[in-house]
Design a protein around this ligand. Structure first.
Ligand code: GTP
Ligand code: MG
Length: 259
């Protein structure tokens, strides 16, 4: 089973993309389950095969320990790590090819707590991949884009999993802007050119230093524009996962004739 974790800042479209990618996969005759790891999720936009809210409820934890939502999320994350072996057992019962895993909105919680590492290790690290969502609104300006890239790098550094950067909600950007953002990720020199025309000198100096680090770190990856609204990029996500884990060998070729 390949574990694909959808990670990103609050509201970047993780849950919607988890559901949209699952629907795309099912439509292709592929086998996938969805797992919700967010104990505070309200009104998920998909039906999950496994949902942590069956065991852990954020409002209950807030109530029981007199905590605010952020403190309660930390307690929930630790409770979740303890439940991980049980959840792994349920995942195995599904015997599916893919687990599409939706993570909590507080990205720092997932990225920096040891509980997440424990969950990833229990679910299986070797077969795991992060799909990191770049929010289109935060990615529109060069400085916002650089900030998201640094966050993505920091998360990868902490979690130590391969990652696939995704530009979510691409339908909300005009074609030219979308192309420009993808180009920044493809060719950092275009990002540099746009950074140095920044109006703020302090931001400019910082951005240029960060930019140098980005170059040295060898983290250049082309962003995949996706839209859960119109289906853009679903096949690209699938192809990249295939490339990473099976060297391009395609499960679509193994489908039964009636699928
Ligand atoms: N137009 C458009 N809207 C989207 C897309 N994906 C998500 N949205 C909207 O963006 C908002 C946030 O989407 P979610 O999927 O809940 O984002 P999330 O990252 O799971 O949010 P949290 O779990 O709260 O951090 C919702 O109003 C979605 O309807 C997309 O591809 N296109
Ligand atoms: Mg969500």
């Amino acid at each position: 089973m390949i574990n694909l974790y959808f990670v990103g800042t609050a509201g970047s479209g993780k849950s919607t993309l988890t559901g949209a990618f699952k629907a795309w996969m099912v439509n292709q005759g592929l086998d996938a389950i969805t797992i919700n790891l967010d104990p505070g999720a309200e009104g998920l936009p998909y039906t999950s095969e496994i949902d942590v809210r069956e065991w852990i409820s954020l409002p209950e934890v807030m109530d029981r320990y007199g905590l605010g939502p952020n403190g309660a999320q930390i307690v929930c994350a630790d409770m979740l790590a303890m439940k991980a072996p049980e959840i792994k057992g349920i995942m195995e019962e599904f015997d599916s090819d893919y687990a599409l895993i939706d993570t909590p909105g507080q990205v720092e919680l997932f990225a920096y707590r040891d509980s997440s590492k424990a969950i990833i290790d229990t679910f299986g690290r070797k077969n795991s991949l992060l799909a990191y969502l770049f929010d289109p609104f935060l990615s529109r300006e060069p400085s916002g884009f650089v900030s998201l890239f640094m966050l993505c790098t920091s998360i990868q550094f902490r979690i130590e999993l391969p990652f696939m950067p995704i530009l979510s909600k691409s339908d909300m950007l005009d074609e030219e802007k979308c192309e420009k953002i993808v180009n920044w990720s493809r060719d950092f020199s275009t990002l540099y050119d746009d950074l140095i025309s920044s109006p703020s000198s302090m931001q400019l100096q910082n951005s240029i230093e960060i930019f140098k680090a980005m170059e040295v770190l060898d983290i250049q990856r082309e962003l995949i524009p996706t839209s859960s609204e119109n289906g853009t990029g679903m096949e690209d996500i699938y192809n990249i996962v295939q490339q990473m884990f099976f060297g391009g060998e395609d499960l679509l070729d193994d489908r039964q004739p009636d699928e």
